[in-house]
Write a protein that binds this ligand. Structure first.
Ligand SMILES: *Cc1c(COP(=O)(O)O)cnc(C)c1O
Length: 433
């Protein structure tokens, strides 16, 4: 039976109880903003409890690359659930995890040969940072215990991850007393397609040269800075970072949680620069948005360095590590992606988004537009009122959730031309209105 038929009474109760009991991301419980109740979803459409249908422009925070309720992913979950949904990973292994790790090693940049499975993106970043710290401790260089990251970056909400997020948007002053202090270089200025200017890396080069004795790693989002500002930067910047890390004996962590699995037009954004990091974080789209899972990959050098140290092992092991259900769906999602002409498809989305973005330039309220792969960004002059603009997007039949001055779309890869145009034209009507 379809749950829509049980609607009216339950529905209002759900929304009322939601406000009474439930935290939402970055939300106030003293002054709650009503949420929209989703009862089901299919393809690129979200079905709300009141019968409204919305075209999803967010891929549920960049995860649902194949859309919702996909028969192949559903089948993978159902098959695995009848075998074993979860089993501890200490001393036990299973095909879904082993196959996933082998596949990840195969498709990620050369040299990333070992995989640690974690529960969420933020935990994957914690794991990456801990790997870097433990590596240097094992080398007898425990003084190398700080990180260098970029302004306008975002790496998650847990404490180590937060300590490398942009200090302003991450509100570092709020957590001044409890958070590790790291180093920050200015955000890259040279745009993705712009001519390289060596001056753009000068501050970064200075900091890494001055501080390398205390630096365990550089951590950054390759090519696309996501939740910290939706900025696209030059592959040359990333190549220079790789060179400077090598020169100064500092590890490089690439956080591909947002960019991984095709979003930028390459399977992994590091490929734009032809570099391999020492450690790489994956998450978000890894299960096609079905459930939470992350992976942190590292080189043999890093894994050997850690395991040959005092502890003799890597000091981490989450309860739900390698969850079979999540791994089975991740395997199906990656297979599904690679079985299609995904590069051609992302190019199609990029071309459409780019064309549909052009009319926005004429709007007074719009400061800039940009697109790369299946990402389209409209930067406004002023921050938007999210609650107010959300109502208007919903009234226009689309799900778009801006932050700050940024109205952006990251549609599912299955979005048709018609769906992409409907999405962008609805966004236009809202911003023009
Ligand atoms: C979303 C994101 C994270 C955090 O992932 P969660 O699953 O939300 O913990 C980390 N890094 C980047 C680049 C992200 O986009």
């Amino acid at each position: 039976m379809n749950s829509i038929t049980t609607a009216p009474v339950d529905q209002s109760q759900i929304l009322q109880k939601d406000q009474q009991f439930v935290w939402h991301p970055y939300s106030s419980l003293s002054n709650p903003i009503p949420a929209y109740e989703v009862v089901s979803a299919n393809g690129v459409n979200l079905h709300l409890a009141d019968g409204t249908e919305l075209i999803d422009g967010m891929s549920s925070w960049w995860c649902t690359i194949h859309g919702y309720n996909h028969p192949v992913l559903n089948e993978a979950a159902k098959q695995q659930i009848d075998l074993v949904s979860h089993v501890m990973f200490g001393g036990i292994t299973h095909a879904p995890a082993v196959n996933l790790c082998e596949k990840l090693v195969e498709i990620t940049p050369a040299g990333l040969d070992k995989v640690f499975l974690a529960d969420s993106g933020s935990v994957g970043v914690e794991v990456a940072i801990k790997m870097a710290f433990q590596y240097w401790i094992s080398q007898g260089q425990s003084g190398k215990n700080k990180l260098l990251s970029l302004r306008s970056g975002y790496h998650g909400d847990t404490f180590a991850a937060m300590s490398v997020c942009d200090p302003v948007t991450g509100m570092h002053h709020l957590f001044d007393q409890v958070m590790q202090k790291n180093h920050f270089a200015p955000a890259p200025k040279t745009g993705f397609d712009e001519a390289w200017d060596e001056q753009d890396i000068a501050d970064f080069a200075q900091i890494i040269s001055d501080k390398h004795n205390e630096l365990a790693a550089v951590i950054l989002e390759p090519i696309v800075q996501g939740a910290g500002g939706m900025r696209f930067y030059s592959p040359h910047y990333l190549r220079r970072v790789r060179e400077l890390c090598d020169q100064h004996n500092v590890l490089l962590i690439a956080d591909e949680i947002a960019t991984g699995f095709g979003r930028t037009g390459k399977l992994f954004a590091c490929e734009w620069a032809g570099i391999s990091p020492d450690i790489m974080c994956l998450g978000k789209a890894i299960t096609g948005g079905y459930m939470t899972l992350a992976a942190t990959l590292c080189t043999d050098k890093v894994s050997r360095g850690i395991c040959e140290g005092e502890a003799g092992c890597f000091m981490h092991g989450p309860t739900f590590m390698g969850n079979p259900l999540a791994c089975a769906v991740a395997n199906a999602s990656i297979e599904l992606l690679l079985s299609t002409d995904w590069q051609e498809n992302i190019l199609r989305i990029e071309t459409t988004l780019n064309a549909e973005l052009q009319p926005f330039v004429a709007l007074q309220s719009v400061a800039a537009i940009r697109s790369l792969g299946a990402i389209g960004v409209i930067e406004m002059h002023e921050p938007v009122n999210v609650a107010e603009i959300q109502k208007r997007f919903v009234a226009e039949g689309v799900w778009v959730r801006p932050f700050g001055k940024l109205v952006y779309v990251m549609p599912p890869f299955i979005s048709t031309e018609t769906e992409l145009k409907s999405l962008m034209q609805a966004v236009y009507r809202v911003l023009a209105g």
